[in-house]
Design a protein around this ligand. Sequence first.
Ligand code: ADP
Ligand code: ADP
Length: 226
Amino acid sequence: MASIEMNNIVKKYGDGFPAVNDVSLDIADGEFMILVGPSGCGKSTLLRMIVGLEDITSGDMVIGGKRVNDLAPRDRNLSMVFQNYALYPHMTVYENIAFPLRLSKTPDDEVRRRVTEASDVLELEEHLERKPANLSGGQRQRVAMGRAIVRQADAFLFDEPLSNLDAKLRGQMRTEISRLQRRLGITTVYVTHDQTEAMTLGDRVCVLRKGKIQQVASPRELYEQP
Ligand code: ADP
Ligand code: ADP
């Protein structure tokens, strides 16, 4: 686990107006932070700079006390869950979840132990031999989360993970993500434009507008404000 510290982060694409404009934000070890704001406010860009998928124009990104500006994504030990799941269609659920461990050449018995543990938590035990095409949207989402938790990363990053699901499933998954995060106590950054997710999931909510932080507060503080 690790804290995430952003100091005066700026991102410019080309020579346009900065997509992220001097953002400083400290996310504590184990904290669940929501990034919220209208489309185009810089949420995804900020998340991608944490993961290392986007270069930082200026400022410092510090994860677990270490400056990571120049570290490749694979050297950051973070797990990202995308909106479109990004599962491998030709692999079973088991192999999809195991994939990050295969990449890091984890021994088979350790792979089995960790995939079993993850599929337990996510209630996927009965589906391990199935292919993604034969799963419901919610089950696919859970496989994507399984792949994220199996790595025992320092932090989880979610980019609008529920936006393609119907309302009922979204409610269910919200509860699951919340339960999972509390159970694992893992630092989490979660991008959404959904008010309900923002107000129910996080310990704190960071409201972005035009690349700047407008406010950082707990859901309760946001709720009670006039
Ligand atoms: P979202 O709002 O869900 O983040 P977008 O539709 O804004 O998705 O962006 C989808 C993809 O297009 C992203 O990978 C983003 O980097 C890229 N993108 C967004 N805006 C621009 C732009 N002005 N020029 C080039 N690529 C862009
Ligand atoms: P959000 O996730 O809040 O919708 P983004 O981070 O996707 O916002 O985008 C922030 C701003 O940066 C937008 O103006 C978008 O068009 C621009 N942008 C995003 N990705 C790119 C890109 N790859 N190239 C150029 N501009 C981009």
